[in-house]
Write a protein that binds this ligand. Structure first.
Ligand code: NAP
Length: 498
């Protein structure tokens, strides 16, 4: 890792115009990895100007899809050749296990890029046709312009790809502001995009605090669209900021996934799925299973199975052979611990974990054992609010209707899963659950070809799939007169006679 990583504006690595730097901390050790610049408003202006001029110039925005696609395929090849380097950096900044970064995050992100590169050549829509007798109508899909992309810390590289690579694949130019805790792999991506052949100004990165630099970027008069992944709270604020110039706002926000285990479920499979669904990414995934609703007839078996499996989870240095690394920061760990205390105060029973494990040589890392809380208080904060850490609730239900009602009883609508062998019940549940992704006998899987959309206060819009690319386009109706008449047949309706 380098001592310093610079921002990326108009194809150049640059420092902040103020000269200020901010440290990036390794959550497994609590020590500094590198420094990144703290952008000023002038830096943001320069990045937006570069994006605007590259968009106007048209080398990228008007290039045929095959050209952009070729560059993105080259990027995927470059990243594949640096798989280890990316995985090390991603693991070091976020605390995710090297096992996950190397086998899942980075290869999956590369697959996302290859899918996006192919999908960018496929524009779908209504057929060109004479929908009125004297003219032919057609649909165009055009890029929107300059997109401000603001990303979170939990999947630093993947979230940038899901937003910014989709945006540039269809011809937009972007200014990315990554999370302050995890900016390094975004900067690496910018450098590799240049090597792959993306023209200067198309992909820019500014680093700095969301509350100042993020807000300034999102409200910039020359930004046409905001693509944001992060908390529901900040998403609401960005909708407000976008309103002043009616920017298009695409949001991927918080989640609180239910995991429903019916009486006929394969309980052992459900337990395995529950550990993985809850634990993936150190329990900091927007789709983590967090609320286990279990039928009373299999409740004890599921709960005991979950606790027994959790005892096997190895917590420690992400670069060792472990299943779970640290949480992202000291303050985040305190927030998560606060929820555990609140859950108990509100009637829950802590039946596993929730303590700080002692990891030799990593005493200053932000480690926390996953916590399981049994409760029947559906209105408790630990059931209702996104904790974004490994704190799971287990709740009993008796009827299908009760399970669905309680699963839907949150403001979020991102992911949900049902565990049953009954096909009719499974299909009915996929209809009744107010969540944008519903898994049956599985949790978390999202192929590049399928959308990652949102219901309710989990956001608006989608990533991945062809829907993800459409997000970054305007649809335009173009109309050609084919009659050649001086006075078309309908003009009399406005003036003169038929
Ligand atoms: P966050 O606090 O909302 O921050 C996300 C990004 O927004 C960061 O870059 C942050 O900058 C920036 N930001 C903060 N306040 C801002 C403001 N007022 N104006 C403009 N930008 C601002 O979220 P996080 O803690 O990084 O990530 C966790 C959240 O992301 C969870 O809620 C999780 O569910 C959600 N998430 C959702 C999805 C999905 O697909 N739906 C995927 C991943 C994560 P700083 O880092 O400088 O604060």
């Amino acid at each position: 890792m380098k001592d310093k990583y610079r921002m990326f504006i108009d194809g150049q690595s640059v420092e902040s115009s103020s000269g200020a730097w901010s440290p990036v901390i390794n959550p497994a050790t609590g020590t500094k990895i590198s420094d990144v610049p703290v952008a000023t408003r002038e830096d943001v202006d320069r990045a937006v100007d570069a994006a605007r001029s590259s968009f106007r110039k048209g080398d990228w925005s008007f290039a045929p899809p095959v050209t952009r696609s070729g560059v993105l395929l080259k990027l995927a090849d470059i990243m594949e050749s640096k798989l280890n380097e990316y995985a090390i950096a991603e693991s070091m900044i976020s605390g995710k296990t090297m096992k996950q970064a190397l086998n899942y995050d980075i290869p999956y992100t590369i697959d996302n890029i290859r899918f996006i590169a192919g999908a960018a050549r496929v524009f779908e829509g209504q057929a060109m046709k004479e929908y009125v007798p004297e003219g032919t109508s057609a649909i165009r899909r055009d890029p929107i312009g300059v997109v401000a992309v603001i990303t979170p810390w939990n999947y630093p590289l993947m979230e940038v790809v899901w937003r910014a690579i989709e945006a540039i694949a269809v011809g937009n130019s972007v200014v990315v502001k990554p999370a302050s805790l995890t900016p390094i792999t975004t900067i690496m991506l910018a450098e590799d995009l240049k090597a792959a052949g993306v023209p200067d100004g198309v992909f820019n990165v500014v680093t700095g605090p969301g509350g100042s630099i993020g807000e300034y970027l999102a409200s910039h008069k020359d930004v046409d669209m905001i693509a944001f992944t992060g908390s529901t709270e900040v998403g609401r604020r960005l909708m407000e900021l976008g309103a002043a110039t009616t920017k298009k706002v695409s949001l991927e926000l918080g989640g609180k996934a239910p995991f429903i285990v019916f009486d006929d479920a394969d309980v052992e499979a459900a337990v395995q799925g529950a550990v993985v669904g809850g634990l993936v990414n150190n329990g900091q995934d927007c789709a983590n299973s967090t609320r286990y609703y279990v039928h009373s007839s299999v409740y004890d078996k599921f709960r005991d199975g979950l606790v027994n499996e959790l005892k096997k989870v190895r917590i420690g240095d992400p670069f060792e052979n472990v299943d779970m690394g640290p949480l992202i920061s000291a303050s985040h760990r305190e927030r998560v611990e606060g929820y555990i205390r609140k859950g108990v105060e509100e009637g829950g029973r802590l039946i596993y974990g929730g303590r700080r494990p002692s990891i030799q040589g990593h005493e200053n890392g932000f480690f926390l054992e996953p916590a399981v809380i049994e409760t029947d208080n559906q209105k408790s904060a630990i059931v209702q609010e996104e904790i974004f850490g490994p704190v799971w609730t287990v709740l009993k239900f008796e009827t299908y209707e009760e399970a669905i009602e309680k699963a839907n009883d949150v403001i979020y609508g991102l992911g949900a899963s049902v565990w049953t062998k009954d096909v009719q019940r499974a299909v009915k549940a996929t209809r009744d659950l107010e969540f944008a992704t519903v898994w049956v006998n599985e949790h978390v899987v999202v192929p590049s070809e399928m959308p990652w959309p949102s219901y309710k206060q989990s956001g608006a819009g989608a990533s991945l799939s062809i829907y993800g690319l459409e997000e970054y386009t305007y649809i335009k109706h173009v109309y050609f007169d084919i009659s050649g008449l001086k006075r078309k047949s309908w003009y009399y309706q406005v003036y003169g006679e038929k």
